[in-house]
Design a protein around this ligand. Structure first.
Ligand code: HSE
Length: 398
């Protein structure tokens, strides 16, 4: 009998208990062994839950129980989630998690601790919700050098941008609906300001390069300044605006950033709508592969958490090669100023706007969208300072 403890009984935690219970017979048959949810740690009591008899409030009950060998951390936030994870790994318990904040901030250390104690630290649910992407990147793409990763990595913002594009919904109404559906983070700033996507892209970039960037250090722009006019201008250029986490290996350097981008209809990411996520990986042997599916939500995310629990149990006697990451240093970073792509500039007047290379102009609701040829970030900065307050915004094109 394998005893499992769940840390957190919110959306993902309760979903994980549901998946482990609903599919218990099927999972046990596949594993060839039985399991039991022994404890669920939460501050609250859940008197009406079928799991109310497993609820505990003291983490030490779990830590000090030698029968518990697998712990699923779904608390969210850095603390105490990181502290509990570290303590469990040091106590010889494997930990699986959906917590991208902890993986992206403490992943180097936690992977090293897991390795030192001969246990596993797995985080399939930390990126892309229910989409299998972490394990395929580690295993199935391991013969490849990863060139680029472009991803719609946040379900909440994709849901909002889709509602703005297709239903002229206001930002606030779409955000409220995403929260009601259980997609959003407790603090929606993490979603709408791109912080959640930044955490996820540094995790994917680390899988590609072995170097974990500090998510706070990468250029991150969210979706709060996108207007309905911008969305319509994008459509008039046959594009959709999507919040894109982007990472590229440039020689031995690494570049990663998050920003809203115009995605041309010829790119499959343009057609990923609602809460769905899509991750396009450009690898040097296989070419382009795309991972697609529900990027947030209770049961999809729980499905990925349980996949990791199954991996831990199935391989409990195997000698699995541990993941080893290093922290990225300044020397690992590519110069963002050299990054080049097409742009859409949005101006509130065209009077006195300099001619831009290859420009096509469209108008919507009194603002002008100007689509240009490729230019570097450095060139964009020069244009931005030359145009003053005539320039409302600039979008990168994917
Ligand atoms: N708030 C996140 C999202 C949850 O909307 O994608 C899944 O990580």
């Amino acid at each position: 009998m394998i005893n499992i403890a769940l840390l957190g009984f919110g959306v993902v935690g309760s979903g994980t208990a549901e998946v482990l219970t609903e599919n218990k017979a099927l999972i046990e048959a596949r594993l060839g062994c039985e399991y039991n949810i022994k404890y669920i740690l939460d501050l609250r009591d859940f008197p009406n839950s079928p799991f109310c008899d497993r609820i505990v409030h003291d983490f030490n009950t779990i830590l000090n129980d030698p029968e518990v060998s697998v712990v699923a951390e779904m608390m969210g936030g850095s603390h105490p989630a990181y502290d509990f994870t570290k303590a469990c790994l040091e106590a010889g318990k494997s930990v699986v998690t959906s917590n991208k904040e902890v993986v992206s901030t403490f992943g180097v250390e936690l992977c090293a601790i897991a390795k030192a104690h001969g246990v596993r630290y797995l985080f399939e649910a930390s990126v892309g919700g229910g989409i299998p992407v972490i394990r395929p990147m580690i295993n199935d793409l391991s013969s490849n050098k990863i060139n680029k990763i472009s991803g719609i990595l946040n379900g909440t913002t994709n849901f909002i941008l889709t509602s703005m594009r297709d239903a002229d919904a206001s930002f606030d109404a779409a955000l409220k609906e995403a929260q009601r559906l259980g997609y959003a983070e407790a603090n929606p700033s993490a979603d709408v300001d791109g912080i959640d996507a930044a955490r996820k892209i540094v995790i994917l970039a680390a899988l590609a390069s072995g170097k974990l960037l500090d998510p706070k250090s990468i250029s991150t722009t969210g979706i709060t300044k996108i207007t309905l006019e911008d969305s319509k201008l994008a459509q008039s250029f046959n594009c959709s605006i999507k919040l894109i986490g982007y990472a590229e290996t440039m020689g031995d350097k690494l570049l990663a950033f998050v920003s809203p981008r115009l995605v041309p209809m010829s790119n499959p990411l343009s057609r990923i709508d609602g809460v769905f996520n899509g991750i396009l990986v450009d690898a040097n042997m296989v070419g382009e592969v795309m991972f697609y599916g529900p990027g947030a939500g209770k049961l999809p995310t729980a499905s990925a958490v349980v996949a990791d629990i199954i991996d831990v149990i199935a391989n409990r006697d195997a000698d699995v090669k541990p993941l080893v990451w290093e922290s990225a240093t300044d020397a690992d970073l590519a110069d963002m100023g050299e990054y080049s792509c097409r742009r859409m500039f949005v101006f509130n007047t065209m009077d006195g706007v300099p001619m831009l290379r290859g420009a096509q102009v469209k108008e919507c609701g009194g603002v002008f969208g100007v689509m240009t040829d490729e230019m570097t970030e450095k060139e964009v900065e020069k244009i931005t300072s030359a145009c003053g307050n005539k320039l409302v915004s600039v979008y990168r094109v994917l």
